[in-house]
Design a protein around this ligand. Structure first.
Ligand code: KIV
Length: 266
């Protein structure tokens, strides 16, 4: 029997029921079908592809064309998963540009949701997308497209003032019509606080076990990413018999609460 397609309603129901939601990055059709077989709920066509596929040292060079190309490849490899794609750096510099480019990601790339990095300053962009029926995930905490402004890839929200700013931004994004939030590299306590506060699902990466969902970069869980590995990194392939088993292990570890463990948290 074919599995039912995962929609925003499915994900919101999972949040309400307390069942953990699984998300992985994916950039092509072969891996999309592996993830689908393993039962991953959300496929993130992340602009991390600039680093793990294209070999750049940041996500900044990724173009809208790249995002559409990879989203369409992922779409063709999947039938049930919910596909979210990143809006690349400078593709949402104005409200008009945001609407036009998000529309292309859905129409040409086949994604069901776009993700953009930013908080309260982006309220008008998010509400405009919501008014046009384009689901949005707001990415807060460590925002990799702001690496130069942040002075590197650092944990965010460690002090009271910056933690409160993340809480306020999260609330502003939900109020503007965002359907999901992604929190990257924040203390576990803050991840849990934001998740409890919001009605929309909160995906964490390095944001602790209290989030509704977890996401990791596919190349990280397969142990083939180069360079420095953050605290939340875990290679699931080394304890599995193959790629599909490693992805299934990740799904089972998130669903059971085994991942993230204390050693993966800030
Ligand atoms: O681009 C990406 O893969 C991401 C994740 C790291 C969350 O945004």
């Amino acid at each position: 029997m074919s599995k039912q397609a995962i929609t925003l309603n499915t994900l919101k129901k999972l949040k309400r029921s307390g069942e953990k939601i699984t998300c992985l990055t994916v950039y092509d059709s072969s891996f999309a079908s592996v993830l689908e077989t393993a039962g991953v709920d959300i496929f993130l066509v992340g602009d991390s592809l600039g680093m793990v596929i294209q070999g750049y040292d940041s996500t900044l060079p990724v173009s809208l064309k790249d995002m559409i190309y990879h989203s369409a490849n992922v779409r063709r490899g999947s039938s049930n998963a919910f596909i979210m794609a990143d809006m690349p750096f400078m593709s949402y510099a104005s409200v008009e540009q945001t609407l036009k480019n998000a529309g292309k990601i859905l129409k040409q790339g086949g994604a069901q949701m776009v993700k953009l990095e930013g908080g309260a300053a982006f309220v008008e962009r998010v509400s405009t997308l919501a008014d046009h029926g384009i689901p949005v995930c707001a990415h807060l905490g460590l925002m990799p497209q702001m690496v130069h402004k942040l002075g590197g890839y650092r944990v965010q929200g460690r002090d009271d003032r910056s933690a409160q700013k993340i809480v306020d931004d999260a609330q502003a994004m939900q109020d503007a019509g965002a359907d999901m939030l992604l929190l990257e590299c924040v203390p576990a306590e803050l991840g849990e606080k934001v998740t409890t506060l919001l009605d929309i699902p909160v995906i964490g990466i390095g944001a602790g076990p209290g989030c509704d969902a977890q996401v990791l970069v596919l190349q990280d869980i397969l142990g083939i990413s180069k360079g420095h590995h953050p605290k939340f990194y875990r290679n699931f392939l080394e304890s599995s018999s193959g790629i599909e088993a490693a992805v299934s292990h990740y799904v089972q570890a998130v669903k059971s609460g085994e991942y993230p463990a204390a050693e993966h948290c800030y």
